[in-house]
Design a protein around this ligand. Structure first.
Ligand code: CO
Length: 504
């Protein structure tokens, strides 16, 4: 073994220690969100802070910097997409970023956002933006400092975006979103003006929780989420956590008076879970066993939730099952009425309740505002006015107050600036991947109608999951689909599906 190979081996061992410690924190976090008694909150916060602090310390150990110097520019990095090339590239990227931001700033951001979240909860309840304003001002100031430490070429926003979507640039997102936005606004307005509307009240009948549980579990199993290596629990804010090989957990929440939340939530988290379960166990502890980015992760959840789960073929198989499971609520409902209801599109104020079409406009609005903050083109005090103006332009409706307007999301009070675009990128990636899958896999619709989803899952395992972080998101899209990321796939998908439903 050469010296460089020895150094590489040691580098991976050190990195794995940090990953292992963080995964222990992940178990505690899962428990906190699903099982922990309320009284444990304070101690749990200490436990989690300790473990993530320890993981951070391990990942920023100066020894890692030394080992990286030894392995850089060697045979190991000659091909950046080889196992060693990708691992070294990504560890170096993470390491350099984490040592650039001074510890005092990290701590100040953490303190500021902890306080800001408490204030945000109250300000939203009281619909009092001026109460939240000074806290958001401080957060924006600190995030600009963070970006300056991280460094960037063109836009401060690039540095923050990189925390969630490594390698993606503000400019690329701007170009894609601007092309996408006008077409979307036109589609949203056309749908809003269409006389044909679904009867969504059929989804608000009684759906007993115990039966919802069995039914969504059946769907999660059908699409390929493996319960021998996972579980499904209840959480107020559903999430997925990949704890390591053989243990990926998903969560959902039940509303006895709405069919959608648990069912589509489970498909969504199931999609995240299938991705984590498909990461190569033999590379655990290295970037090759990690997800590419938040956007790519979201592409997997949205593909199963929307392209598959809100599609006609899927319901050809599942609607009779749904009728058997909920005879009192669905026994008298026609297939087309149910299918239209689960695909209802209408402009609404709250992002997390938005449909497939309007969702992206919620994201674009936030992206434009965040970018203006980071460029210093928008002051926090003007946020409500700018929000409402843009909202009216895009959606054709105006929020009545800031609680259902600019104060609805938890992200900014938590210091998550640069995160929002990953949701829409997820939709764009999903549409482009799915268009490719439809070309490569014959009779996908027929398979779904027969309740067979394994070919699509296998395709995703092969094309996306097994690579871990071998490719960055942009490159992965090119490798899988042969083309650069383009909004035309999402637009074609939305126009075709909703044009048909709404007779446009
Ligand atoms: Co998600």
């Amino acid at each position: 073994m050469s010296n460089q190979e020895k150094a590489y081996k040691e580098l991976l061992e050190k990195w794995k220690e940090a990953v292992l410690v963080a995964s222990c924190g992940g178990v505690l976090h899962w428990d906190q969100e699903t099982n922990m008694p309320k009284g444990g909150a304070r101690h749990r916060a200490d436990q989690i802070a300790f473990l993530f602090g320890l993981a951070h310390k391990k990942a920023t150990d100066a020894k890692i910097g030394e080992l990286l110097k030894e392995v850089e520019n060697s045979d190991l990095t000659a091909d950046e997409f080889s196992d060693s090339g990708a691992n070294i590239r990504e560890i170096k990227h993470e390491y350099e970023k984490s040592v650039k931001v001074p510890q005092e700033l990290v701590e100040e951001i953490s303190r500021t956002t902890t306080i800001a979240q408490g204030v945000w909860v109250e300000a939203r309840k009281e619909n009092n933006f001026s109460k939240f304003q000074p806290h958001l001002e401080k957060i924006i100031k600190l995030k600009r400092q963070e970006a300056d430490h991280l460094g960037y070429e063109k836009e401060a926003y690039d540095a923050l975006l990189d925390n969630y979507e490594p390698g993606m640039s503000t400019e690329a997102i701007k170009i894609i979103f601007e092309g996408f936005r006008q077409e979307l606004v036109d589609l949203v307005h056309a749908i809003a003006d269409a006389p044909k509307k679904p009867d969504v009240s059929i989804l608000e009948r009684l759906y007993p929780v115990d039966r919802q549980k069995l039914f969504s579990q059946e769907a999660a199993i059908a699409i390929g989420y493996d319960f021998t290596r996972g579980r499904l629990d209840i959480a107020a804010h559903p999430f997925t956590t990949g704890l390591g090989p053989g243990d990926t957990r998903i969560t959902t929440r039940y509303n006895p008076h709405h069919f959608n939340h648990a069912f589509f939530g489970t498909l969504h988290e199931g999609g995240h879970g299938i991705y984590d379960q498909g990461l190569p166990a033999e590379h655990y502890g290295t970037p090759l066993a990690e997800a590419v980015s938040l956007g790519i992760h979201e592409s997997q959840s949205r593909m199963w939730e929307n392209h598959v789960g809100r599609g006609r073929p899927f319901w050809k198989h599942f609607f009779p099952r749904a009728q058997q499971t909920f005879p009192e609520s669905l026994g008298d409902v026609k297939f087309d009425d149910f299918f239209f209801a689960i695909n209802d599109v209408r402009p609404s104020f709250i992002r997390v309740e938005a449909d497939e079409v309007t969702y992206n406009l919620h994201i674009m609005l936030r992206f434009e505002i965040e970018l203006a903050f980071m460029r210093g083109e928008l002051e926090v005090k003007d946020l409500p006015e700018v929000w409402n103006k843009k909202f009216t332009e895009y959606f054709g409706i105006t929020p009545k107050n800031d609680a259902e307007g600019c104060m609805q999301d938890v992200h900014w009070s938590s210091g998550l600036v640069g995160y929002f675009p990953t949701y829409s990128l997820g939709n764009l990636y999903a549409a482009q991947f799915y268009a490719r899958a439809e070309e490569e896999i014959k009779y996908l619709d027929d398979q779904f109608a027969a309740g067979n989803f394994s070919e699509l899952k296998k395709w995703l395992n092969e094309k996306i999951h097994k690579h871990g972080k071998r490719y960055r998101a942009g490159k992965l899209v090119e490798v899988v689909t042969g083309n650069k990321l383009d909004h035309k796939y999402a637009m074609t998908y939305l126009k075709t599906k909703f044009g048909e439903l709404y007779n446009l």
